[in-house]
Design a protein around this ligand. Structure first.
Ligand SMILES: *Cc1c(COP(=O)(O)O)cnc(C)c1O
Length: 468
């Protein structure tokens, strides 16, 4: 498979270069040159297969030419072997025609594991073949950091440095990162805010000599391979509920638009999906866009669903590319206007076309707490604040009540115990493999908010120049 940039000016790449490159050189995001197709017979043949078997078959066209099929099947099986449920992404019935799909059975209890557990292995596989090592750097306000650390731990070709704001993450979030004792994992607590951490990472990426010296890389949410891995569970859900003979409606709590874009990709590949419903919190730029064609960036406000506290959804660019009939120059112009004016102009006809498939709904924090309570009352399920936003948006926005509703559950309720307990009176416990999290030893370096300090910490321990 060849990949093209959404801004039309970067070189076409193969899968392994897209994996390691992340952002395209023209500032765009990579997408497949065309969507591989699954026929009705393909979908039927998935019935009854294990998750990792479906995963291999769905994803193989995207990596073909770079990774032999047997090797790929092994990587996929290993990625999902560590999930604490045999179905990997199990579905639970919520009401007569609605299901939750639990995407949080990976090591860090959030859906990012589904993609990152595979991504870490793909990085290691491709780098080992090339005889190269990378240094991965990232900033986290909590959740993404632990999923990235779990994905990269103990991989010989990777050293990972995750910056978090000292004393400003929740204890569960910090401990999920700092109790990982793998020698290639480095937690750095910065005396500053999350924005300071992000600025430090950006400064390192902008320092070209340093970037080359340590072979700096990232596993952020614009990486194509993350989307690829997320396509699988939409197909798994659809097939479980009767695809190709009937469609589903999907609701997704959305931040960067990565997860729901993977659902869109599944549909482009041939999965029958009647409607996508986007749930947002008070940071509602996507809801305003799909309700009023108003894409205007505002200020980020903190909410009970922090992983959706985002005002510019970077993966939306991939949908925009298709909405603009894959005209990279047009996408480039629109994004430049967005950057200059804070507003994204989209022609009415194209916006209406998008609205045939996508709807959106916003819940503020008090509505989110009420939602967690209502879901618990009606179904007995404890859900986290992100998931609750998605479920209620799905309930309120589904157009065809006969279309089975699949609500993506993106985090385990025990990751957000306070909100869940406030809403239901029930304290959600951590699953067994994390039950001793509060007793484990922690390791981190505490550094001042200074690029020099972080760079010298990285220089001390990274192995970018060492032979593989
Ligand atoms: C990252 C995250 C989201 C948002 O996912 P996107 O792909 O950015 O839309 C939602 N819920 C949880 C729990 C997350 O960690």
């Amino acid at each position: 498979m060849r990949y093209i940039s959404t801004r039309g000016k970067a070189p076409e790449l193969d899968f392994d270069d897209v994996l390691l490159t992340g952002l395209a050189r023209d500032g765009g995001l990579y997408v497949p040159a065309e969507w591989p197709k699954l026929t009705a017979d393909d979908l039927k043949s998935f019935r009854g297969l294990a998750y990792d078997e479906i995963a291999t078959r769905v994803m193989y066209p995207f990596v073909a030419g770079c990774i032999p099929e047997d090797d790929f099947a092994t990587l996929v099986a290993q990625a999902y072997a560590g999930f604490d449920h045999d179905a990997v992404c199990p579905m639970k019935q919520l009401d007569p025609n609605a299901w939750v799909m639990e995407l949080f059975h990976g090591p860090t209890l959030a859906f990012k594991d589904v993609a990152l557990q595979l991504l870490g292995r793909l990085f290691d596989y491709v780098l080992s073949k090339r005889g190269e090592r990378v240094t991965i750097a990232g900033a986290t306000s909590g959740d993404t950091g632990s999923a990235a650390i779990e994905a990269c731990r103990d991989r010989d070709t990777i050293d990972i440095y995750i910056l978090h704001p000292h004393n400003r993450t929740s204890e569960v979030q910090r401990r999920q990162m700092t109790t990982v004792m793998a020698p290639n994992v480095h937690n750095i607590a910065i005396d500053g805010t999350f924005d300071d951490c992000q600025d430090l990472v950006k400064a390192m990426f902008n320092d070209q000599p340093f970037r080359d010296e340590v072979n700096l890389s990232a596993v952020n949410s614009i990486n194509w391979a993350r989307i690829m891995a997320q396509i699988v569970y939409y197909i798994y859900a659809g097939v479980s509920l009767g695809a190709p003979d009937r469609g589903i409606t999907v609701s997704v709590p959305t931040g960067n638009f990565g997860n729901v874009f993977a659902g869109y990709a599944a549909r482009e590949m041939g999965l029958p999906v009647d409607q996508f419903i986007i749930g947002s919190n008070s940071n509602d730029i996507l809801t305003r866009f799909f309700q009023d064609n108003d894409m205007t960036a505002g200020d980020v406000v903190p909410t009970l669903s922090p992983s959706m506290d985002i005002q510019v959804s970077s993966n939306f660019e991939r949908l925009l590319f298709d909405l603009m009939d894959r005209d990279g120059e047009a996408v480039n112009d629109m994004l430049q206007q967005f950057r200059a004016s804070g507003r994204m102009p989209l022609e009415k006809a194209r916006w209406e076309k998008a609205c045939e498939l996508f709807s959106a709904h916003r819940l503020d924090d008090s509505e989110t707490l009420a939602a967690i309570g209502a879901i618990y009352q009606s179904s007995g399920e404890l859900v986290d604040p992100h998931t609750a936003v998605g479920i209620v948006s799905g309930w309120l926005q589904r157009r065809d009540p006969a279309s089975p509703l699949v609500c993506m559950a993106t985090a385990h309720p025990a990751k957000f115990p306070k909100a869940v307990e406030d809403a239901t009176g029930v304290f959600p416990h951590l699953p067994k493999h994390l039950a001793d999290l509060y007793d484990r030893e922690e390791r981190m370096s505490i550094l001042s908010n200074s690029v020099d300090a972080v760079q010298s910490e990285i220089r001390k321990s990274n192995r970018a120049g060492a032979p593989v």
